[in-house]
Design a protein around this ligand. Structure first.
Ligand code: SF4
Length: 600
């Protein structure tokens, strides 16, 4: 295939006057690709379509839809790929103008995408399909600036039938052994050390105002004064003789930690987090008197409008703290620039704890990615993953959050249990997810994935405890076998026929049915208040495998220790004895105690 590169388009394309091209801008696109009839898209017969496409791509670089950042040249390449597929399909459909892309035409385009196969021969992924439709949506948003543009915005992929696409999943989540020290370290940094670091910055500001010396002398004077000021985490900066640079470094790490806390405990996309402004916290209380704080921002990625959709993300305490700190952190640059964004920084090399004459800009995702890996990861001393440093990306916060919330098995997430439980309770009515359909899907996919793993564990386990577990295990054709291939098909069939979602918690599985729910759960799920180990241990919905054995062994030991104390009152002793009996019963079943469904 011959590649024909047009020269610098900004100079030769007669872009509409309303497209405000930035000075010295240039871009190149390989318009010489082959069309279905064997011609090249660079041929004169395609001029009108090609110019429409060029003007659209240029507009994304120079004058994007309101509320969106101009695309970087690298990202335009992705859009160009979508446009290439689109115009090839349009040519085959005898369309010669983007205005022909009405609802019917877009539906036919979606059908074509559905029929396409990825590199491994599987269905296109949700994100790939959304990429194509997102490009058409952006094209539609730019219609007022362009001579030719689609007249309608396509639906989101998440509103279409799910089985048409391969679910999200290519982006990894952060493994627990990395995520826990990452989030825990960030939360610790945002506690008292953050206040001290900001106090130091304020101290530098005062010294700077007081200093009567000009230029370097003044800097030396401030440097000397700051040498005596203790700084948290000082040992993590290699040059103690440079207290100002160290302070600038610490201020940047504070911002990084704020990003981590918000991304991993809120689930917003990086672009949405980096667009947050001062005063973005709102507080609401429910009819039951429970207080919730929300982060108020904008979702533009899947929005059908130029302005994006206002969205409220539930903000647990560490996120509220992060926002308050960001407000203090960004205050000087917000004052200097008039921009209310919370992630302002100064461009150019060399960092200073106080504003300089350098231009002010907003942090971008690539910059955050670089800072997370090159600075924050060593700063927090994150462990390696399978012998290599784990590469953090801004997207992993969202993916990891959906996994935490969706899986509900929070073994090992002790520091976050309370926050996640709070979020999960607020999310059960779905009001929280609001317009963020993709997040809702991510969480659903995670819940389905968790159910699949739990079913596999239950069907294959040689011994299972709990009434529902015993019943399921006795009927399992796979019991005691090691991962037979057909168990996967069996589980797929169960999931397709029942839409089953297993409740998973640290101490077992819940095959939820309301009529036999010992915790008096609702139509759709257990009662979180009455759902305790004691209640579950007697419930007909309950199942336990060896995976949960450590939780029951630890409980047994705790209660035995209690019973060995001489000062225990009779009520506490009776409670401890009951718990010991419960644990023994569960562990006995796991050890192969002869228990059938009737006994259980
Ligand atoms: S008591 Fe436990 S097993 Fe029973 S329905 Fe409630 S959560 Fe599920």
């Amino acid at each position: 295939m011959v590649n024909w590169y047009s020269p610098a388009l900004a100079q030769i394309v007669d872009a509409p006057a309303s497209v405000n091209l930035v000075p010295n801008f240039s871009a190149t696109f390989a318009w010489g690709f082959e069309m279905p009839d064997g011609s090249r898209f660079s041929d004169p017969r395609w001029t009108s379509l090609r110019e429409g496409a060029e003007a659209f791509l240029l507009s994304l670089l120079a004058d994007p839809p309101e509320g969106r950042m101009p695309l970087r040249p690298g990202s335009v390449r992705g859009r160009f790929g979508h446009i290439r597929v689109l115009v090839q399909w349009m040519a085959a459909e005898h369309m010669r103008s983007f205005e022909d892309l009405d609802s019917d035409a877009v539906d036919r385009f979606v059908n074509m995408l559905h029929a396409r196969r990825g590199r491994k021969g599987d269905l296109l992924s949700v994100s790939t399909a959304e990429g194509y439709l997102g490009t058409i949506r952006s094209f539609h948003m730019q219609r007022a600036k362009l001579a030719d543009a689609p007249p309608v915005a396509p639906r989101r992929v998440s509103e279409m039938r799910k089985r048409r696409w391969t679910p999200y999943g290519r982006h990894p989540y952060t493994p627990d052994e990395i995520a826990m020290p990452l989030i825990g370290g960030a939360i610790d940094l945002l506690a008292a050390p953050a206040d001290r670091i900001l106090e130091l910055r304020d101290r530098v500001a005062v010294l700077s105002q007081e200093a009567r010396h000009p230029g370097r002398t003044r800097r030396r004077h401030i440097n000397c004064a700051m040498l005596d000021e203790p700084c948290p985490y000082a040992d993590r900066y290699p040059h103690p003789e440079w207290p100002l640079r160290r302070l600038a470094y610490m201020l940047d790490r504070l911002a990084d930690a704020c990003f981590v806390v918000i991304a991993y405990l809120v689930g917003a996309r990086a672009s949405e987090i980096l667009r947050l402004e001062a005063d973005c916290l709102e507080h609401h209380s429910t009819a039951e008197g429970e207080e919730y704080a929300y982060l108020v921002g904008t979702i533009t990625k899947t929005s059908l409008t130029e302005h994006g959709d206002v969205h409220r993300w539930l903000a647990p305490e560490p996120v509220q703290r992060a926002v308050h700190l960001l407000e203090r952190l960004s205050a000087p640059l917000r004052k200097l620039s008039g921009d209310q964004n919370l992630w302002l920084h100064q461009l150019g090399y060399g960092r200073s704890p106080l504003p300089t004459t350098m231009p002010v800009g907003r942090l971008s995702s690539p910059t955050v990615n670089e800072r997370l890996n090159k600075r924050l990861r060593p700063f927090l001393g994150l462990p390696e993953h399978q012998g290599h440093p784990w590469r953090l990306t801004t997207y992993q916060g969202r993916k990891t959050f959906s996994r935490f919330v969706g899986r509900r098995d929070r073994t090992g997430l002790t520091a976050l249990q309370r926050h996640l439980g709070h979020i999960h309770r607020a999310m059960t009515d779905r009001a929280y997810v609001g317009t963020d359909f993709e997040l809702s899907e991510l969480i659903d996919d995670q819940a389905a994935d968790e159910t699949r793993k739990a079913l596999e564990d239950l069907l294959l386990a040689p011994r299972v405890a709990g009434k529902a577990g015993v019943m399921l295990s006795e009927r399992s054709p796979f019991r005691g076998r090691t991962s037979p291939a057909d168990v996967d098909a069996y589980i797929t069939q169960i999931l397709a026929e029942t839409d089953m979602r297993l409740g998973v918690c640290d101490w077992g599985y819940c095959l939820y049915r309301r009529e036999s729910s010992a915790c008096l759960g609702s139509e759709s799920e257990p009662n979180p208040v009455l759902r305790t180990q004691s209640t579950c241990s007697t419930c007909a919905n309950f199942a336990v495998t060896d995976k949960h054995r450590p939780v029951w062994e630890a409980r047994l030991q705790r209660n035995r220790d209690l019973l060995s104390r001489g000062d225990l009152d009779s009520e506490s002793r009776a409670l401890a004895e009951t718990r010991v009996a419960e644990c023994r019963r569960i562990l006995g079943q796991l050890d192969g105690g002869q228990l059938n469904v009737a006994e259980a």
